[in-house]
Ligand binder design. Structure first.
Ligand code: F6R
Length: 253
């Protein structure tokens, strides 16, 4: 693959917290312009502050939980929503109103058992809900997005994947003292790229090399996050540390 791609809008903030209002505005904007649009959340430390702030907005009815549907990127294989360490469990811990949405069928969970028919049915459910309007994304130190590890084809839909050792290492604290799972169910790069808008966040110096590869390296499976340069509607939000390796960007916040 070559590099004939779109240049994402990049904004740099003093710290991760300063990006939270921008993330909530992204959500508000799709709600204003759509009929119960489908919002794709990501999990991980990058989004903890946003999910907590969203929980406050939903509880205070400053954002109407009935005005959108939700889904998320990935789940550890064999982790049902109530299991600690899992992604739905994490979403509900930081943003309890999402559990009400799960109960009401308005949060479409990634099928944790990973059967081919279950994954097909999930893709169809997302389609019936109108497809993902805005997809929030984090990035791994190794350039993964969702759990598409380096080497994953850009043509993939939802699939079961084996986690890279760096990914398992980064997840150790959430499973301690237990073992980190080896496999996960993940949205694929084609499914992610089908979202109308992508909003990718990276915070902290540990992400700087991956951010640089995403924005300035070759577009291709060696850096799965470089898929954002195959999409024409992308916002990248960074803090100063994560932006440390890239050329001049728009400073904010
Ligand atoms: C999680 C996900 C992962 C994370 C990434 C960054 O749903 O899709 O790709 O976004 O591993 O994780 P944190 O935010 O913990 O650094």
């Amino acid at each position: 693959m070559n590099d004939s791609a779109a240049v994402p809008e990049v904004r740099v903030f003093a710290d991760a917290r300063a990006a939270v209002p921008v993330l909530l505005d992204e959500l508000r904007r799709v709600i204003e312009h759509g009929t119960r649009p489908l919002v794709g959340f990501a999990t991980g430390g990058t989004f903890t502050a946003m999910l907590q702030a969203l929980g406050d907005e939903l509880r205070g009815r400053r954002i109407d939980p009935g005005a959108f549907r939700a889904t998320h990127l990935d789940e550890y294989l064999g982790f049902p929503p109530e299991r600690r360490g899992g992604m739905v469990h994490e979403l509900g811990t930081h943003c309890p109103p999402l559990l009400d949405m799960l109960r009401d069928g308005a949060l479409l969970p990634v099928p944790h058992e990973g059967s081919p028919s279950g994954l097909r049915a999930h893709e169809e459910r997302l389609q019936r809900a109108g497809g993902v309007h805005v997809q929030f994304l984090g990035i791994g130190r190794n350039g993964h997005v969702a759990f598409n590890e380096p080497g994953t084809s850009f043509a993939t839909g939802f699939h079961v994947t084996t986690l890279a050792e760096a990914t398992r290492e980064d997840a150790r604290a959430r499973f301690a003292p237990g073992e980190v799972p080896r496999q996960a169910v993940t949205s694929g790069l084609a499914t992610i790229a089908a979202a109308q808008r992508l909003v990718l966040c990276a915070f902290g110096a540990a992400k700087a090399a991956a951010v640089r590869a995403m924005l300035h390296g070759d577009v291709g499976p060696a850096c799965p996050a470089s898929v954002v340069r195959r999409h024409g509607n992308v916002l990248v939000l960074l803090d100063r540390e994560a932006a440390g390796g890239i050329a001049a960007t728009t400073a904010s916040g």
